[in-house]
Design a protein around this ligand. Sequence first.
Ligand SMILES: C[S@@+](CC[C@H](N)C(=O)[O-])C[C@H]1O[C@@H](n2cnc3c(N)ncnc32)[C@H](O)[C@@H]1O
Ligand code: SF4
Length: 494
Amino acid sequence: MKIHNFVFRKDLCFKKQNSTDGYHIKTIRPPLFLNIKPKFMSVSLISKYNVAGPRYTSYPTVPYWNNDDFSLLAWKETLIRSFRESNATEGISIYIHLPFCESLCTFCGCNKRITKNHEVEIPYIQSVIKEFKLYTQLFGERPNIKELHLGGGTPTFFSSENLKILMEGIFRNATKAENAALSFEGHPNNTTTAHLELLASFGFNRVSFGVQDYNETVQKAIHRIQPFENVKNATEAARKAGFTSIGHDLIFGLPFQKKEHIIETIKKTVDLRPDRIAFYSYAHVPWIKGNGQRGFKEDDLPSASEKREQYELGRELLLDAGYIEIGMDHFALETDSLYKAIVNKTIHRNFMGYSDSKTQVMIGLGVSSISDSWYSFAQNVKGVEEYQALVESNLLPVYRGHILTNEDLVIRRHILNLMCSLETSWSSPELYFNEIPDVLLNLKEMELDNLILITSEGLAVTEKGRPFVRNICMAFDLLLQRKQPETQLFSMTI
Ligand SMILES: C[S@@+](CC[C@H](N)C(=O)[O-])C[C@H]1O[C@@H](n2cnc3c(N)ncnc32)[C@H](O)[C@@H]1O
Ligand code: SF4
């Protein structure tokens, strides 16, 4: 029996219905309710499966890159090949990392530089434009930009005048594809109408605002005081400027966070009706040097089971409010392009998170950014000064990377299938690999726990198994199986 012909069990995440426009995926769930308490996951499942594990924004994951076999020359060759294969048909994606923030949030796991000195803006922007030019010289043909994302750090640390210089510099060397998706991360405390109108004038139509949690005790602990009014004003201003997809980022598992804070935060959030909501598990990674996760003690964090209950409560409230759960950590209204991408089966996951469609080439510009040619990954240096010096010397500021083997390319597809659609199949020869029987053996326990449903040709994640999708991917991660990390590299899966 082929996995896509399943009669899905009642406890599966998705039901596929034949419709005139192909498969239609609909979440199976009971009628909307507000008063029913969610059935929290059993403590035994949590203790069994709460292990350190990757979030799989890439496969192989960064700690497993083979940097020794990587060279700038190999990176350029694979990139040029991939660009020629795909630029004319699907275009490319660009990620630009803008690392500066005025104030440090003590939960933050992103690569950022805290400063109040805004003189850093222009030299940094000049370097990013120059770095992009180094790539376009390599391609010898104008890239067709299908997707562009400004991330950080805080893109709205930069003035609208300077963001204009940045966008003009990028589009001097590239063409904007039809229906391109241009997006940015906005800090609600400093996103202005000028930012929104300027970016809208370049075709930006998506924004995600960092909200995290509205409770004051939590906000104080994470050093991020952000009143509801600021988020409301930024959200309304974005709508007025013409943004059609507005996202709010929330986090559960933060220090001092309780279930009542989740209820308060989600209630306020759904009142503003953002098109997308990311509901992230707080990734506690204090061992990453300089990430500033020092503003609270370990004891101030909720336990693994409390954290899981926070997620399940938040998820119920979001589903009740009409949001649909997508992949891992994400929710969207049916009108949002991310939901449409699930229905049309075009959803993709990369270093930027989930996106509506896949491009084979993604160029990451700026400090610490990761580029992806599908056949290889390359990461930029992390220090601002080092980055600027390398670009100034006409050198790509790449310091490490990985050339994917044939095995990596197959596993990468399975991990993407699981992270995006919660199912995968090895019925076609390109997706079969010799270790499939070992993978299934590793997954036996999860099958017995009703977290997955396995056939001879594939597997699907059940509703109960959804929180464990990272663990399920880990069974396919042959590099992780072959060499377990000696120190903790990843955050906990639950
Ligand atoms: C670069 S930040 C957002 C832009 C802007 N700097 C701001 O803070 O509003 C991107 C998002 O990553 C998420 N994030 C950062 N650190 C995290 C962590 N340790 N665990 C989970 N999510 C995290 C937050 O939700 C944050 O809004
Ligand atoms: S959460 Fe945003 S504003 Fe806060 S330190 Fe991280 S990147 Fe900067």
